[in-house]
Design a protein around this ligand. Structure first.
Ligand code: ADP
Length: 159
């Protein structure tokens, strides 16, 4: 049985993230999506528990996906949960550079490997920070996020 951890800020979850989760759920026996409060990312929108709830509702159709949140090292969580790999999505070259560094560091400190899944062609422009900006100014991003996220954004901004 192969279990993988998909960590990220997911503030908020969008269709690009969901695509990666669905691909991972197809290829691995168990997928744990873990939301983290990233101290390097400013301008956050949703609290961890809200993000976790939205992800849970958005992956309800996938029987082998569960959701958690954490504030420790990703590799420690992966070990704690018994995950065999970390899974990350790649959109553009810039992602590759930072994700490769992180993957090598995680491997060096824990021996854990990271597997990369390429972003779907129609989702590679999606980024949570851009969606947050557009939503804050009243733009419609409802077609770029799962329905539970669109609902929360509408409640927050009335769009
Ligand atoms: P962001 O805030 O940029 O959306 P996250 O920290 O929430 O980033 O991303 C978590 C993981 O999802 C990372 O591996 C990131 O590369 C990946 N990811 C982000 N956006 C996309 C996308 N549009 N398609 C595929 N993977 C993505």
């Amino acid at each position: 049985m192969t279990k993988v951890l998909y960590p990220g800020s997911f503030d908020p979850l969008h269709n690009g993230h969901l695509d990666i989760i669905e691909v991972a759920a197809t290829h691995f026996d168990e997928v744990v999506v873990a939301t983290v409060r990233n101290p390097q990312k400013t301008g956050g929108l949703f609290e961890l528990d809200e993000r976790q709830a939205m992800i849970g509702e958005s992956v309800a159709h996938l029987g082998n996906v569960s959701v958690t949140s954490f504030s420790s090292l990703t590799v420690d969580l992966a070990r704690e949960l018994g995950c065999d790999f970390i899974v990350k999505g790649l959109r553009v070259v810039a992602d590759f550079e930072s994700e490769l560094m992180m993957a090598r560091m995680n491997k060096a400190v824990s021996g854990l490997d990271t597997l990369f899944i390429p972003a779907g062609a129609t989702n590679s422009f999606l980024a949570s920070n851009l969606l947050r900006e557009i939503a804050k100014f009243g733009g419609d991003v409802s077609h770029m996020v799962p329905e539970p996220v669109a609902k929360r954004l509408a409640e927050k901004y009335g769009s």
